[in-house]
Design a protein around this ligand. Structure first.
Ligand code: 0O2
Length: 214
């Protein structure tokens, strides 16, 4: 009987480490681009659209769980093909128009390819989740080749981020089955956060117009 040929564990590990190196580099590239845009915007307009930036590489556990949820086998090829957020950057802005400013500035860069966008601000999820998601490809220049690498950029306001981090914790605590009254309260909080965003924006616009008149 022919023996089953399994891939050498050492080879798989080397391949996995190489893949992580690529995604880590892509995070650095995107962070740098965003920091440059923010610095320039601050210089020109005396105002910074970005409050802060967070970035992370998705854990092995989370990658495996996501593939499992999608009913896809855990292989190196599938990870790269089907998981768009191995490298994830989160951009936190003060006001909603800042979000679209960042989207436009990043999309306009020649070396960035925008693969997918999801506007959960115009179309919030039924649970109240609001955010803007972009999947982009950025070229990573290695010693002997260039590898376009995927990064997920999530852009949201401070209020949307506050809501999403609590909702994320609750989601995992209850493994996606939180009691109905908690879901209802979370939805109410999401609506309040949206209201807060629009109120704060209106106040800011008002103050800006007073300053221009002076
Ligand atoms: P984690 O633990 O944050 O990494 P698709 O790629 O289109 O097949 P996917 O990946 O669900 O489907 O796409 P989507 O909707 O763009 O969501 C990607 C990420 O956005 C999620 O990653 C979350 O980080 C965030 N997100 C989406 N929906 C919600 C939500 O309802 N609440 C919160 N708090 N975050 C959300 P992961 O891998 O699901 O989770």
């Amino acid at each position: 009987m022919k023996e089953l040929e399994l891939p050498d564990v050492k080879d798989v590990l080397v391949e996995y480490k190489q893949m992580k190196l690529l995604y880590k580099s892509a995070l650095k590239e995107i962070r740098t681009k965003l920091e440059i845009l923010n610095d320039e915007f601050k210089f020109v307009h005396k105002y910074n659209p970005i409050e802060h930036i967070e970035s992370r590489l998705k854990t092995e556990e989370s990658i495996t769980r996501k593939l499992f949820r999608k009913g896809i086998g855990v292989t190196m090829e599938n990870i790269q093909k089907y998981i768009d957020d191995i490298a994830g950057v989160r951009v936190i802005c003060s006001f909603t128009p800042d979000i679209y400013r960042i989207v436009d500035m990043i999309s306009a860069q020649d070396d960035i390819e925008v693969l997918k966008t999801k506007d959960y601000m115009i179309n919030p999820k039924p649970n109240g989740y609001r955010s803007y998601h972009m999947i982009v490809k950025v070229p990573i220049f290695l010693s002997d080749r260039v590898v376009p690498t995927k990064v997920e950029i999530q852009i949201r306001t401070v209020a949307m981020d506050f809501w999403a981090s609590l909702e994320h914790k609750i989601y995992y605590k209850y493994e996606g089955n939180a009691p109905d009254y908690i879901k209802k309260e979370l939805k109410e909080c999401a609506d309040l956060a949206a209201f807060l965003d629009s109120k704060m924006l209106a106040i800011n616009e008002e103050v800006k117009s007073i300053q221009q008149e002076e």
